[in-house]
Design a protein around this ligand. Structure first.
Ligand code: NAD
Length: 490
């Protein structure tokens, strides 16, 4: 199946933090892929802006190296890369100082979309917004893209929203959560709202529970200092996992358009129940001493160089949604580092049939709709069928596999990365897959008391072994409800 590519309007995209890690790994390679796909019109221009002094050629070399490193060799076409690089230029600017702003203004063209990607720390958002207005670089139709973290609590998120609102209208602000740009996540909406099969079952009457897992095998590594100030709850649950939960739990929007979708997500966040402390398990990975031929592994405390840190590298929670549709259906969320497998998955576990006519209760399995975000994006629906052959009426579970790469007849490398899709949405002026200010604030309003609770009690995270599936207590969170976590498989 050949996917349709509709070129976007001509644009000037300025990437503040254009020499940073995110620009190098995701934004710039993503833009190259959109160029290769034919989505970038001839008049599109990309301008890197950061503090380092360099000229256009040096920046093109930086971008060409990034393409070399992060794009598969099969897509390295010298002529194409050259043509792509010709659209790039660079301006040295400091968000907090003068210099470079008039040059940047001079590069902006009339009659094309202007977008400004703030790929810098949030402490610079305000200064950048101010400079763009002070120098008349942004116009009334300009868009700004802001990266996570969007605040570290409700007060700081409100302050950030207020600062941005001084210079830009909400319709111009694109708060990025790259999970929403994933093919599978959007497919979750397609599966729910473009089929009549699932939606009638999507409620407390038929769904037993939901599991959302984001597991990583790596530790905090060199990001220890940054990570230790946030932890799994702030880094993953408040934003990415909350967004996934919203898409599963929301009511059908009346239309697939920005405010209709975001209104429904907001209602879910507002309906989240407070989480009692016995429904939360936090963990920190332990280290491992060197053994024959195997290097020692640092613990979380070693990684963050603070033996007293109480920040969690793992969290599991049982979350309830107080509304008609989800009354009594637990949403179990877990995320952590240094776990057994790298996997992100949403699993909808349906209730067992009310009565088994086959008398084989022991082999009975519930139907599960599993939506995999990584490693390979796709969906499987497990169903019970008769075991083939003449052995009598024995049941077996088989997956109906909807792995996109197979279904679409592609090798998987053509599925756009979340960032490239979202950047194209910015150029198109479509905010559906971006978080609105009130959504972010509502998410913090739910998160803050949870964090304050464990801080006030002085709770210490439980230790867990690297390569395990998390602390023992997290298993109990489900066992005590007569359920179990799905296996962590990469
Ligand atoms: P980085 O430290 O690698 O790069 C920061 C960039 O900002 C550099 O280009 C630097 O020159 C520029 N910069 C710093 N101070 C500046 C100033 N005063 N004026 C102008 N430019 C300045 O950071 P990063 O990893 O690229 O992250 C950028 C943002 O994206 C951060 O907010 C981060 O939290 C967020 N983010 C990063 C990732 C990732 O994978 N790297 C993922 C999600 C979110």
């Amino acid at each position: 199946m050949v996917s349709r590519v509709i070129p976007v309007d001509p644009f000037d995209l300025v990437i503040f933090g254009g020499t940073g890690d995110l620009a190098r790994r995701k934004i710039l390679p993503g833009l190259y892929r959109r160029f290769l796909a034919g989505q970038m019109p001839d008049e599109a221009r990309i301008i890197g802006a950061a503090r380092s002094e360099m000229d256009d050629d040096a920046y093109r070399k930086f971008v060409s190296d990034a393409i070399e490193e992060f794009i598969p060799k099969s897509k390295h076409d010298k002529a194409q890369i050259k043509e792509f690089l010709a659209r790039l230029s660079y301006v040295a600017t400091d968000a907090q100082a003068e210099g470079g702003w008039e040059t940047l203004k001079g590069l902006m063209r009339d009659g094309v979309v202007r977008a400004f990607y703030f790929s810098v720390g949030p402490s610079l958002f305000g200064a950048l917004a101010e400079k763009l207005n002070e120098y008349g670089i942004a116009d009334a139709d300009s868009r700004i893209v802001v990266e996570k973290p969007f605040g570290r609590d409700l007060a700081s998120a409100r302050a950030l929203n207020k600062t941005l609102a001084e210079h830009f209208d909400e319709t111009q602000i694109y708060r990025i959560d790259h999970y929403l740009g994933k093919e599978t996540v959007q497919n979750l909406m397609a599966v729910r709202f473009a089929n009549s099969l699932f939606e009638p079952l999507w409620n407390a009457q038929h769904v037993d529970h939901v599991q959302i897992t984001v597991a990583e095998t790596v530790g905090v590594g060199g990001r220890g200092g940054y990570y230790d100030k946030s932890g799994a709850m702030r880094d993953m649950v408040q934003n990415h996992m909350m967004q996934l939960l919203c898409l599963i739990a929301m009511e059908p929007p009346y239309k697939f358009e920005p405010d209709a979708v975001r209104d429904e997500k907001l209602k879910v966040i507002r309906a989240l129940s407070p989480v009692p402390h016995e429904d939360i398990v936090r963990g920190q990975y332990r280290g491992r001493p060197a053994a024959q031929g195997v290097k020692a592994e640092p613990s979380y405390l070693d990684d963050v160089e603070d033996p007293h840190s109480r920040t969690e590298s793992y969290i599991a929670l049982k979350v309830g949604i107080a509304n008609w549709r989800w009354q009594g259906v637990p949403f179990y969320l877990r995320t952590g580092k240094k776990l057994r497998a790298r996997t992100s998955e949403i699993a909808i576990i349906f209730k067992e049939p009310p009565h088994s006519i086959f008398g084989e209760e022991d082999e009975w399995r519930e139907n599960v709709l599993a939506i995999r975000l990584q490693p390979d994006e796709g969906m499987t629906l497990s169903v019970m069928i008769k075991e083939p052959g003449p052995g009598g009426m024995r049941l077996t579970e088989v997956p109906l596999d909807m792995t996109f790469a197979d279904a679409l007849g592609e090798d998987g490398t053509d599925i756009p990365d979340a960032y490239e899709r979202l950047i194209m949405d910015v150029i198109r002026g479509n905010q559906t897959l971006f978080m609105r200010g009130d959504e972010v604030e509502a998410a913090w309003a739910w998160t803050d008391p949870i964090i304050e609770g464990w801080e006030e009690r002085g709770d210490r995270p439980r230790g867990y072994d690297p390569g395990s599936s998390g602390p023992e207590d997290a298993l109990m969170l489900l066992h005590r409800d007569g359920r179990r976590w799905r296996e962590l498989r990469g």
